[in-house]
Design a binder for this molecule. Structure first.
Ligand code: ZN
Ligand code: ZN
Length: 220
C-alpha cells in the first residue's frame, strides 16, 4: 500500500439539496471515495440546514470524513462558510444579500471561517476567447480579516490560469488558498480539493487547520 501524502478534502460540493443540482447524496459520497478523497464538505447554497441528510448518511461511509458548510451570496461575491452550527446560522436569516465584511466578522466570532469562493472576474473589454484576461475579483480586495480564498475552483474552464492568478494574490496577501470542485454532478467531485498536512475529522478540526495555513489547493 502506498502512503498518501496529505489529507485531501473537497471543500466545495453541491447536491440535490442545493436547489440547482440533481446529484444524489450517495452518488456524491461514492464519487468522493472513488477519487481517493479523505473527506468532503457539502456546501449548499444559502442553507446549512439543507445538507442535514448527509449527517445520517455518513455512518455508512466510515472511511470518508463528511462535513457540512454553506455557500452564501454576499455583496463581495459568494462565500464558503465552515465551522458554524445550525442554530448560529439561523440567527442571520437568508433572504437578503449579506454584507461580505459583516459575514466574515460574524462567522469568525461564532468560531467559524468565511472564505471567498471563486473570487475571479474577466476584465471588461478583454476581447475574444483567446484574449480573455482574468483577474482577482476586485470586491474581495478591500475585505479585512480574511483567512483564505478559494484559489482553485473545479468549475472554471480556464482554472489553471485562474488558480495561478489567485494563488499569487493569496501569497501576496499572506492568505491561505483552498481548493474545491464546486461540483453539481458526482462526476466532478474531486476535480479540485485541498491538501491538509494533518488529518481532519470535524468542523472544529477544519477551522483549526484553515487558521494554521498548513494546506494548499490541488486540481486533478
Ligand atoms: Zn458560488
Ligand atoms: Zn458553489
Amino acid at each position: 500500500m502506498t502512503k498518501k501524502r496529505g489529507f485531501r478534502i473537497d471543500l466545495h460540493v453541491h447536491s440535490m439539496y442545493s436547489g440547482e443540482s440533481l446529484a444524489e447524496p450517495r452518488d456524491i459520497l461514492d464519487a468522493a471515495l472513488e477519487r481517493g478523497l479523505d473527506g468532503i464538505c457539502i456546501t449548499e447554497h444559502h442553507s446549512l440546514y439543507a445538507s442535514r441528510p448527509f449527517d445520517e448518511l455518513k455512518r455508512e461511509y466510515p472511511s470518508l470524513v463528511v462535513l457540512r458548510g454553506v455557500e452564501i451570496s454576499t455583496d463581495s461575491g459568494h462565500m464558503l462558510v465552515y465551522g458554524v452550527e445550525d442554530t448560529e446560522w439561523d440567527d442571520w436569516g437568508k433572504n437578503r444579500l449579506v454584507n461580505g465584511q459583516e459575514l466574515i466578522d460574524r462567522v469568525r466570532k461564532l468560531g467559524g471561517i468565511a472564505i471567498p469562493a471563486h473570487p475571479w472576474q474577466v476584465m471588461a473589454g478583454a476581447g475574444n476567447q483567446e484574449g480573455l484576461h482574468f483577474t482577482v475579483d476586485e470586491r474581495i480586495t478591500t475585505l479585512r480579516n480574511l483567512t483564505a480564498i478559494e484559489v482553485c475552483n473545479g468549475k472554471g474552464l480556464c482554472h489553471p490560469i485562474i488558480c495561478e492568478i489567485l494563488g499569487t494574490y493569496a501569497r501576496h496577501r499572506e492568505l491561505g488558498g483552498i481548493g474545491g470542485s464546486d461540483a453539481h454532478v458526482p462526476e466532478n467531485v474531486g476535480n479540485a480539493y485541498t491538501v491538509f498536512k494533518t488529518p481532519i475529522y470535524s468542523s472544529r478540526d477544519l477551522v483549526g487547520a484553515l487558521l494554521s495555513k498548513m494546506y494548499y489547493p490541488q486540481t486533478s
